[in-house]
Write a protein that binds this ligand. Structure first.
Ligand SMILES: [Zn+2]
Length: 403
């Protein structure tokens, strides 16, 4: 590994900006990895347990997916990273030959105690349905009880990297503490400093257990407090990470989140930048405008399994970005979900058929909507990239922002 201009550089990995909007920070880039190229802006699909729920890897490839995310916490507890490593790593184990990212495992552990941080980040009020499984957080790491077998386990920064090296994704994340939005400023600051110390230990372990096939992201913390975020950015900017992610709570209101993300992006150095757990269409539009490269969210595949299809506005229902095909209005609708969509589902089936599958509780309904929603996300990201490449981003942004 070589550190050039403060950034990790390895053979097979690179980050090149290929187009820049005339004003602002929106851009297109190419992230090169040993498993192929990621064109940004792009969307990362969540293969939580090493699978996209209701779709095969072949189908994900067919919709144009370039980048998947696996969850370290889940893969550690089941089947265990040692088994994945014996298969030659996650790529071979799950049958995905493209770029892969794993998280640190911390997010799930902290969610078990603080409530689902992901809902908090997006401003949803949520009371945890899980029993308190996080037993203690110390400087060493987090002691928790496995929800699978009840065993006590320690997740430390070093352990997280050891597991992620066993899984072998192209990109890995350091362990950080995901502070919830109800933390006051003082507690958020303490949590942020601990995250920085954990990130330093993660990076140190990663560098000592050298592998040429992986690069590491740093994670900016600091909750919804811009001055704390600035401190965290200055810390991350100085570390030799290859890329960076925006973690933690970004505020309750959408407008507040967009402003905070923009403030963070102004100060971060130019590296591949990922916005963790955010993936609404409007959220992506604002994130791209601020200079974010990649986004991830379970939303498109999760709502598919509940009968909801992503659709371009203004046809979408109410203020939403989707329609619910279980609604009676689609019972006799002979149109595809979208007439201009080139996915397998829209080319072959009507809304009435999809409505019927959900009414009949046929699992195929979830599969067909997952294909459409995944393709929808890939078409949305391609449209964004094209607008930037053609010098039409400002018009595109203004048009879609109004909807
Ligand atoms: Zn479609």
């Amino acid at each position: 590994m070589v550190v050039e201009n403060g950034t990790m550089s390895k053979p097979g990995f690179s980050y090149v900006i290929t187009a820049q909007a005339a004003t602002g920070r929106a851009h297109c880039a190419r992230i090169e990895t040993p498993h192929g190229i990621i064109e940004t802006p792009n969307f990362i699909f969540c293969a939580t347990h090493g699978a996209i729920k209701s779709a095969t890897m072949e189908q994900m490839e067919a919709v144009g997916a370039q980048f998947l995310l696996g969850n370290t916490y889940h893969l550690w507890l089941q089947p265990g990273y040692e088994i994945v490593a014996k298969h030659g790593g996650l790529h071979r184990f799950i049958g995905w030959n493209g770029p892969l990212l794993t998280d640190s495992g911390g997010f799930q552990i902290f969610s078990l105690t603080y409530g689902r941080v992901v809902d908090e980040i997006k401003g949803k009020v949520h009371r945890s349905k899980f029993p308190k499984s996080l037993l203690s957080i110390t400087e060493e790491g987090a002691l928790f009880r496995s929800h699978i077998d009840g065993r006590q386990r320690w997740l430390t920064p070093e352990k997280s990297i050891e597991i992620q090296q066993g899984l072998g994704a192209d990109f890995i994340l350091p362990l950080d503490e995901c502070a919830p939005s109800h933390f006051n400023k003082e507690k958020t600051a303490q949590s942020m400093y601990r995250s920085h110390r954990w990130e330093t230990r993660s990076l140190q372990y990663f560098q000592e257990h050298f592998t040429d096939r992986q690069c590491m992201y740093g994670i900016v913390q600091g909750g919804e407090f811009l001055d704390l975020r600035r401190e965290s950015i200055d810390f991350i900017n100085q570390q030799p990470f290859f890329a960076q992610a925006l973690g933690g709570s970004l505020g309750i209101e959408k407008a507040q989140m967009y402003e905070l993300v923009d403030g963070i992006m102004q100060r971060l150095v130019s590296r591949p930048t990922h916005l963790l757990g955010i993936g609404g269409l409007r959220d992506i539009l604002e994130g791209v405008q601020s200079g974010v490269d990649t986004f991830d969210c379970v939303h498109p595949t999760r709502i598919a399994r509940h009968g909801c299809a992503l659709i371009a506005r203004p046809e979408a229902e109410y203020a939403k970005e989707h329609i619910n095909l279980k609604n009676a209005v689609y019972r006799e609708d002979q149109n595809p979900i979208e007439t201009d969509c080139d996915c397998y589902t829209c080319r072959n089936f009507t809304r009435a058929y999809l409505h019927h599958l959900f009414k009949a509780h046929e699992g195929t309904g979830g599969l067909l909507l997952t294909i459409h929603n995944a393709r929808f996300m890939m078409r949305w990201m391609a449209a964004i990239r094209q607008a930037i490449q053609l010098g039409q981003w400002e018009v595109f942004y203004r048009q879609h922002r109004r909807r």
